[in-house]
Design a binder for this molecule. Structure first.
Ligand code: NAD
Ligand code: MG
Length: 415
């Protein structure tokens, strides 16, 4: 049981010394987002270890400009050509050498570029699927924050990792914690370890709506839903945290990353977000990874793996934290979690449909088009009314994603 297939994990462990001397050239997909900014913060602390080869953004020209001037990447990619033109003009004025590209294909190109060693996959949503897969297929070291791509492609994603020899490291804090608690350092005895694990305890804070009445949850506003008590994140994942869909997507993510049956994964609500997840072994030992809730810790772990580097995260004040609480998730009030667990038990088609429907519903909720309750109801509706076959390849996943988005869009428009 390990997120790394054997060859890449042993490569890191045994060639660790050699790869210190070489500067790691990192491409950050989604550099203007919450994970992207945290990644640059960690990289900026270690110029002797890392350089930035490429940065990409959707439409935020100003932030990408300032990142380009600070980190001097060889490439900058904007999703559309209008934004790219603006960036070109501003970079020229600043006498920057960064080359500007545009479009989804260009993001895939820099992901698989020969000068890229490591790809931080931090685009939000299904838009991250093809660029992340491009990095995987070209055998890069892939730091996976974009959980939606793995949720959608599942077995196809993991097969591509095995085939290309890519090194996949989880950045989602829970999966990073689980990875740290698994005995991956002592490969190649994986199958033995797989039998030794009794349970994976996937923790979650419960989000900003935890403890509210059913009625108050259904009427929650975007502002309430985005006010996460412990983590500062992008809007989409914040809403997913409020509905527990984030935990659901993470459930599916854990199934693929650690190659476990869903019955081995248990979701535990832990409101303080000090423990980031746990692994229980057959002898009764439970290993946990703890720390302040700051994504720079898992990002630093992924960037420097198997070494440890300063991430800028302050020491955990365990006395101030004082207590750690745990409870079962309230599945009746947060039906999205069960929908995702059902999808994990079903296949990649169900997960792709659920993920697509969720992106449409979250967007409609953020635009005040549907209520929080209608948002989660619409997922249930799509799962019951859409029909699909298990996708056999990536093209089929992309097609199914498009179909599910159109079904979901019709549904939210009818509400
Ligand atoms: P964010 O909204 O803050 O940033 C998203 C980034 O993706 C931005 O740089 C944006 O420009 C880019 N982007 C958005 N749409 C795009 C498109 N269509 N094409 C190309 N680029 C696009 O999101 P975030 O919170 O940084 O999350 C990024 C990913 O990391 C998500 O998949 C999320 O689930 C995952 N993640 C985030 C956190 C966190 O703490 N923020 C924790 C765990 C996992
Ligand atoms: Mg997480």
């Amino acid at each position: 049981m390990s997120v790394n297939h054997q060859s890449s994990a042993s490569r890191s462990v045994y060639q660790g010394e050699a790869h210190h001397k070489k500067i790691q050239r990192v491409a950050i997909l989604g550099s203007t987002g919450s994970i992207g900014v945290s990644t640059l913060d960690v990289i900026g602390r270690h110029p002797e270890r890392f350089s930035v080869v490429a940065l990409t953004a959707n439409t935020n020209v100003q932030r990408l400009l300032s990142q380009c001037l600070t980190y001097k990447p060889r490439f900058a990619v904007m999703s559309d050509s209008t934004s790219a033109q603006k960036l070109i003009g501003l970079l020229r004025e600043a006498k920057s050498d960064t080359e500007v590209l545009s479009g989804a294909d260009a993001i895939c190109e820099i992901s698989s570029h020969q000068d890229t060693d490591t790809v931080m996959a931090a685009i939000v949503g299904g838009a991250g699927l093809l660029p992340t897969m491009a990095a995987v297929k070209s055998g890069k070291k892939v730091l996976l924050a974009n959980k939606e791509s793995l949720v959608m492609a599942g077995s196809l994603f993991m097969d591509a990792v095995a085939k290309s020899g890519a090194q996949l490291l989880p950045i989602d804090s829970e999966h990073n914690a689980i990875f740290q608690c698994l005995p991956h350092q002592s490969l190649p005895h994986q199958s033995q370890h797989q039998r030794d694990v009794r349970k994976i305890l996937l923790t979650g804070s419960g989000g900003p709506l935890r403890g509210l009445s059913t009625k108050d949850i259904r009427e929650a506003t975007p502002k309430q839903a985005c006010a996460h008590p412990n983590w500062s994140m992008g809007q989409k994942i914040s809403v997913d945290s409020a509905s527990l869909m984030n935990k659901g997507l993470e459930f599916i993510e854990a199934k693929w990353l650690f190659d476990v049956t869903p019955s081995l994964i248990e979701v535990v609500i832990h409101p303080q977000s000090i423990i980031h997840s746990m692994v229980e072994y057959v002898d009764g030992s439970v290993l946990a990874q703890l720390g302040n809730p700051d994504m720079r810790t898992p990002i630093a772990y992924g960037l420097a793996y198997p070494d440890r580097i300063d991430s800028g995260v302050s020491s955990l004040d365990i006395i101030a934290a004082a207590r750690l609480d745990f409870e079962d998730p309230h599945k009746e009030n947060f039906p999205s979690l069960q929908l995702a667990i059902n999808a994990a038990e079903s296949g990649i088609g169900a997960a792709t449909v659920l993920n697509a429907a969720n992106e449409i519903a979250v967007d409609a909720f953020l635009q005040h088009q549907v209520s929080f309750g209608q948002m989660t109801d619409s997922l249930q509706w799509v799962m019951e009314h859409a029909s699909w076959q298990e996708p056999a390849d990536l093209d089929a996943v992309v097609a199914l994603d498009g179909y599910a988005r159109s079904v979901a869009r019709q549904r939210v428009n009818s509400l």
